[in-house]
Design a protein around this ligand. Structure first.
Ligand SMILES: [Zn+2]
Length: 306
């Protein structure tokens, strides 16, 4: 018998399972791995590979949402934009608000149940964000309003909010949703290796932005990203290491003169003049040359440290 208690237990167990499977969000999960989830000893489907909104037959409301990965340049079928209130939008399935998938998500809103939002970060590869809550609906724009648990109770959906509150909600959404999805996408594209030194320890890798993210309400494109180890990320951000539009590495002139231990020598000086060692296999996911040129100009223009 399914009642609200078993519904709540299922959602809790699914989220606990996903935490373990993703090492608390550090790793993505493949579609095939999702099939391993079981509840009370039986396999239980947690996402529909064909549909955006998934409602298992035994539940009264939706369990998960899904946004598929699109290669750079391909249009996204469902827009997941951020509204003026800082909350994220999820498009209706089709344009019939009474479609059963839309009804399932609306029921999740009425029941205030937590959902999992699966973001595609590559073909058949997902970064789950949870818990998220459907906090409103905008029938005029045919979309639901989703809170990635950042603004609970702070913002009413669709309301005009003060600028500083909106900025706070946007920053929380970026931290909870946009940055983890960007990171997972970039690390997947670079197969978990630093572009400069090919270090392959995910714990020591970051997804660096080539230029600062210009769209605070969206997920940065993989083309504005580089997988870099902690050392090379910090060196890139501090303008100690530059990457020209032809993917050649340049180390700041004064550092090349310095004499110090192995980290300076192997980590930085000997990388000077090399090309990036690791790039995405898919050409469309490689760094954008114009963004690299813009960033490289800033690197060249940066003053040398005293
Ligand atoms: Zn590195």
């Amino acid at each position: 018998m399914w009642d609200s208690a078993s519904d709540a237990r299922l959602r809790r167990e699914l989220m606990a399972w996903l935490s373990v499977r993703t090492h608390d969000g550090a790793q993505s999960v493949a579609t095939s791995d999702l099939a391993d989830f079981s509840f009370d000893g039986e396999r239980f489907r947690v996402m529909d590979a064909q549909r955006g909104i998934w409602k298992p037959a035994v539940l009264a409301s939706a369990l998960s949402l899904r946004t598929t990965y699109r290669m750079p340049g391909q249009p996204r079928p469902y827009d997941d934009r951020t509204g003026d209130d800082g909350l994220v939008r999820y498009k209706w399935r089709g344009d019939d608000g009474e479609h059963w998938e839309n009804r399932a998500l609306r029921t999740a809103m009425w029941d205030e149940v937590p959902l999992v939002w699966f973001f595609g970060v590559g073909p058949a590869l997902w970064h789950p964000v949870f818990p998220v809550f459907v906090v409103g609906e905008d029938p005029r724009n045919q979309e639901f309003i989703v809170d990635p648990d950042a603004a609970r109770g702070l913002v009413s959906p669709g309301s005009v909010v003060e600028e500083h509150l909106r900025r706070y909600v946007l920053a929380q959404t970026r931290r909870r949703l946009h940055q983890p999805v960007f990171r997972a996408t970039v690390l997947r594209a670079y197969e978990g290796r630093c572009a400069v030194c090919s270090l392959a320890h995910v714990e020591l890798l970051d997804a660096a932005h080539i230029v600062p993210d210009s769209d605070p309400g969206g997920i940065a494109s993989v083309r504005n990203g580089l997988a870099l180890c902690k050392l090379h990320h910090a060196a890139f951000d501090a303008n100690i290491l530059g990457i020209d539009p032809n993917l050649k590495i340049e180390i700041r002139a004064d550092l090349l003169e310095e004499i110090d231990g192995p980290t300076l020598r192997y980590g930085l000086q000997e990388r000077h003049g090399e090309h990036l060692r690791v790039l995405p296999h898919v050409r469309a996911e490689r760094p954008d040359r114009e963004l690299l040129a813009e960033r490289f100009a800033a690197f060249r223009a940066a003053p040398l440290a005293g």
